[in-house]
Design a protein around this ligand. Structure first.
Ligand SMILES: O=C(O)C[C@H](O)C(=O)O
Ligand code: SF4
Length: 512
């Protein structure tokens, strides 16, 4: 097994940096559905540029490299303890090399272990089988989409769809609802794995297991196959679109599995995966640990080309492109409207969960008056001279900062926040009162945004760990879309409302 460590390192790096062929095809197909010049087309162009950049630089597709989860099938007699040790070593090395973000955080005191190793991380699950080779699969599922997983206990009442009973049609309603409730926050367009039955634990387990299926496989169970096709076709009529900006494609794949349940329980569990659907697998020699073959590599390879990700004014007559450099004035902010494209140059500060909590009851380490806060937890590497470099830096889900955001903007005079997925009514009200704007960046486009960062000028609050610290970034032409303005408009509120209306057309029974 002398090669097992090396093989696991390769698996981790490939999974984080090179999107599988089946996923690329689904994204390429989605891109064809969108009309040129729309926000959805612009987002998808950014996404495909980003996939290519990650390829070229062998760098993380998205900065959130998730909770590494390995599923390993072994022949009888294979030493699982040796494999576990080698996997942990490979994870620590990939973290040190900037291929994974240090993502293992103590749940009580918030400290980051720095190497992705810790109680419960990574997740490694072994299973014995009769075959004579090892099958190792890895999924890197980020937190934003993980937070959009949902479990239904039937019967239940669902927004827009009414009663979901204990039958195939009730299951159908739950799955349609799961796509609606995710909106754009899990970096749509997404993939869902659905587990029917089991208990709360095994139901979710089964849902995640579905994410290891190939995007283009055909479910051998005829009823489940029909359900998968139905959901894929109809979820795309909800109009949520890429990043929740509206558009033709909301869902890229739906896979459903079923296991038995006990009479009192009837769970439908949904695992939501973002477009950055990073899962790969290898077939290994059980003696040497050498890679014999890679999974998910069948079919055509889509190579995305560099392209200009632009919105044209013909589709959004009122929209404008505005260049901004901090410090920004209230007057400049009040001129912005939902739909405008903003290009930021100069300074911005990262701040996510720990920083927002900190700022709510402390002074800021820097003067934030007129400044821009970026909801981002980057992958950073320090060079030999002690200088920091950004390796991946896409936005994180902003709604988690909803309890703090408005108050913090007012307290420190912050004029713009950048994130993804939008924020709620409390922030919208604060933007109006204070003169602030919310800018939506393209979730998962971590290479694309890392390229906009020209220098790292400093860092504060490093005690929170790399993803949570306040990084001072010097950026050039950092592009994002105004989705909440200072006039009370929110694209997120509008898309949520219109998709709820569209969901209602799926109320009537389909599967008897
Ligand atoms: O943690 C992050 O950087 C992003 C997260 O995956 C998210 O989608 O919010
Ligand atoms: S930021 Fe988006 S693409 Fe990245 S892990 Fe989170 S949900 Fe996925």
């Amino acid at each position: 097994m002398e090669k097992f460590y090396e093989s696991m390192y390769k698996l981790v790096v490939e999974t984080s940096t090179n999107l599988p062929k089946d996923v690329r095809r689904a994204i390429a197909h989605a891109k064809l559905q969108e009309s040129a010049g729309t926000r959805a087309a612009m987002s998808l162009a950014t996404i495909t540029n980003n996939i290519k950049m990650a390829d070229d630089k062998v760098s993380p597709i998205c900065q959130d490299t998730g909770l590494p989860t390995f599923k390993i099938k072994v022949p009888v007699g294979a030493n699982q303890l040796v494999m576990k040790d080698a996997i942990k070593k490979a994870i620590a090395k990939a973290t040190e090399d900037g291929k994974l973000r240090p993502n293992s955080v103590d749940s009580i005191d918030g400290s980051n272990t720095g190497d992705n190793l810790g109680e419960g991380t990574p997740v490694i699950k072994f299973e014995q089988w009769e075959k004579d080779y090892i099958d190792a699969r890895l999924i890197l599922k980020g937190g934003g989409c993980e937070n959009k997983n949902i479990q239904y206990s039937l019967p239940c009442e669902l927004d827009g769809l009414g009663r979901a009973g204990r039958d195939l049609d009730g299951i159908r309603k739950c799955i349609m609802h799961s796509v609606y409730q995710a909106q754009g926050q899990g970096c749509s367009a997404g993939f869902i794995g659905v587990g029917i039955g089991g208990d709360r634990t095994s139901g979710y387990e089964l849902a995640k297991e579905q994410l290891f299926r190939s995007v283009d496989d055909v479910n051998p169970n005829e009823e489940l196959h029909k359900l998968e096709e139905y959901v894929l076709e109809n979820a795309n009529k909800l109009g949520i679109g890429t990043m929740g900006f509206g558009g033709e494609t909301t869902l890229l794949g739906c896979k459903v599995g079923a296991i038995n349940r006990i009479p009192a329980s009837f769970f439908v569990s949904v695992a939501y995966n973002c477009w950055a659907y990073r899962r790969l697998g290898v077939k290994l020699d059980p003696q040497t640990g050498d890679i014999l073959d890679w999974h998910y590599q069948e079919g055509e390879e889509v190579q995305f080309a560099d392209e200009v990700a632009a919105t044209s004014e013909s589709n959004q007559p009122e929209a404008q492109t505005v260049e901004l450099t901090a410090p920004i004035t209230e007057e400049q902010i009040r001129e912005l409207k939902v739909g405008d494209v903003v290009k930021i140059s100069g300074r911005m500060y990262t701040g996510r969960d720990a920083i927002h909590k900190y700022l709510s009851d402390h002074d800021a380490p820097v003067d934030l008056n007129g400044q821009v806060i970026y909801h981002c937890g980057p992958v950073m590497l320090k060079d030999e001279e002690g200088n920091w470099h950004v390796k991946a830096a896409g936005p994180t889900t902003s709604i988690r900062e909803e309890p703090y955001q408005g108050d913090i903007m007012k307290k420190f005079g912050i004029r713009a926040v950048i994130g993804k997925g939008g924020m709620g009514p409390k922030t919208l009200k604060a933007l109006e009162e204070h003169g602030g704007v919310y800018l939506n960046a393209i979730g998962g486009a971590a290479q694309y945004y890392a390229e906009c960062v020209k220098a790292v000028d400093g860092v504060d609050l490093m005690e929170f760990g790399i993803p949570e610290a306040m990084w001072h970034l010097e950026v050039k032409d950092f592009t994002a879309v105004v989705t909440m303005d200072s006039h009370g408009n929110s694209l997120h509120q509008d898309v949520d409302q219109s998709s709820l209306e569209k969901l209602q057309q799926f109320k009537e029974p389909v599967f008897k």
